[in-house]
Design a protein around this ligand. Sequence first.
Ligand SMILES: *Cc1c(COP(=O)(O)O)cnc(C)c1O
Length: 480
Amino acid sequence: MKVLEAACEVLEPDADQRARVRDQVIRYSEKFLEEIDTKKAYVTDPDKGAGLLDSPLQEDGCDISEALELIGKHVDTPGLNPASGGHLGYVPGGGIYFSALGDYLADVSNRYAGIFFASPGAVRMENQLIEWMAGMVGYPSDCAGNLASGGSIANLIALVTARDAKQIEASNITKSVIYLSPQVHHCLFKAIRIAGLRECIVRHIDLDPNHRINTGHLEGLIRQDLADGLHPWLVIASAGTTDTGAVDPLDSIGDLANRYDLWYHVDAAYGGFFALCEEGKRKLKGMEQSDSIVIDPHKGMFLPYGLGAVLIKDREKMFASHHYQANYMQDANRNAEIASPADLSPELTKHFRGLRMWLPLKLHGAKPFRAAAEEKLLLANYFYDGLKEISGFEVGAPPDLSVVLFRYVPANGDVNAFNQRIVDKVIEDGRFFFSSTTVNGKFMLRVCILAFRTHKQMIDLALSILKDTVNALESDHAIV
Ligand SMILES: *Cc1c(COP(=O)(O)O)cnc(C)c1O
């Protein structure tokens, strides 16, 4: 036993050993942050991080300097740099620093955030954050909610709750109808499958020219289904679709959900935090009518990845779908004053996620987050206007939030192939990163502005890179 004890002693480094490793980690992260403005948003590396595998996991440990070198070279270099202000692709994240310190504290103390009896303070912190977000989206303060790992799991929790609340079961599932926009995030289709709802009838609602749900069509579908003896039970809207950034008409969908007694779910994973500013609040009006809503602090609050929130108005319903009982939990259940996160989600043991959101919110206050939300909306319009100034670029309607869709129409040749080349060139250059999508069969370029490090200077740079890129490609073309 003594020999074993001696062998595992290294798991508890002393203060000097801790300081030595910590100092190097801090030095590494400080260098990363100091260089962030000059680092590329995307690095194309032929090795694609494979060099990491040349250093196998072994019986004996290595020095921190060696570990940091591996991380720096093979992990923090190739691919996308989500911490960069040049990240204008997909839905940007960020990585605010005080959140990292929150994680540090959470990991050192390792408080058990899943159960009130184990850590009443951690659970109260989570609830305080849920209540703060409830206020932001216009929900009552006694709603229930959960800090999940991301929007996908948060959406799953909402759909499972909706399923049980509406008693969708084997006996009625094939007659039960779900209404959604074909533009909903694919995690909702995943959630439908995982929640055992694949046998429901799923109706795709027509969209208007701005990619928003056509509520006239939605109502027509519901009425027809009722006339046919079917059971309409769920409508899903998006408060900012991932593809086009469109905000569905949340108010009128709420009215319909109310009139026809449907569970109304709003996926605001991308757009929810724009409600922090007045302009965003106006655009998201109506989301407060929903029964459940998902918002992603690791998007709109710039937290490092690993936090998506779900809010559900009827807390009994959320509890009914997720609570459990087990003999080995009897002490915890007897000492529960308030519902534990573990009663409201599929997770039992979970990372103490609250601290990574609470610490930055406490230290900064809400004000800078409101300013950032407003700034991103303005930047999207600025980018949109800037594109219109460059001849050859074609844009659609002004952005609902901060996604801008566009494409370049070349003097001659295949439009889609030309735009694909623009994407390849820009990513190869790497100073900013964006993505493409296909809308109504058209290959479209797509920018989403949400990183907290993205400011006007970066948008000017992106516009000038796009201009230079199309000029270079057009002259290549002319020579051929
Ligand atoms: C990002 C996103 C999701 C998925 O959330 P994750 O945090 O990536 O799991 C769901 N819906 C929308 C609208 C999103 O933008």
